[in-house]
Write a protein that binds this ligand. Sequence first.
Ligand code: WNU
Length: 152
Amino acid sequence: MQTTQARHEEYFSFLCSVSLLRGLPEEKLAKVVDCLEVDYFEKGEYIIREGEEGNTFFIIAKGEVIVTQSTEGLVEPQEIKTLGVGDYFGEKALISEDVRSANIICNENDTHCLVVDRDNFNQMVGTYEELQAYLKEYVDELSRTDERRNAL
Ligand code: WNU
């Protein structure tokens, strides 16, 4: 069995490798690790459903997910992209104070996601201006691409 200490070190060094978090001071990252939860998913499971309320941010530690979205005039949600290890999702509902704007579906068995709740996300992002500005910009860009593909 893995000790709490080993788990802490494992996720700490993983978070150090996540490009989004590059620039966060080490003590900040250590705090993020302290408040993380880890969720496990199997292929085909919905991690996020479009239109639902959401209060969590996810970082993929293992495996792969696909992003799909409903668009005007099409019956099936359209596949937008695939995300893998070190990628993250779920920031948009938190930043735009809106419902989930796309589906996130697990695409590989035994996918591990690190989950950060809204309060901890705000603490992680809020104290780091560049990260906040970067995410805000990215979320605005997502809204524009959503519009272009006629997302519902
Ligand atoms: C997209 N449109 C929308 C992705 C992940 C992180 C960043 C892109 Cl910084 P949410 C659904 C989530 C949403 C985003 C993610 O899906 N997403 C997209 C799109 O084209 N959402 N509306 N591409 S992957 C991605 C940028 O994280 O956050 O809370 O839930 O709305």
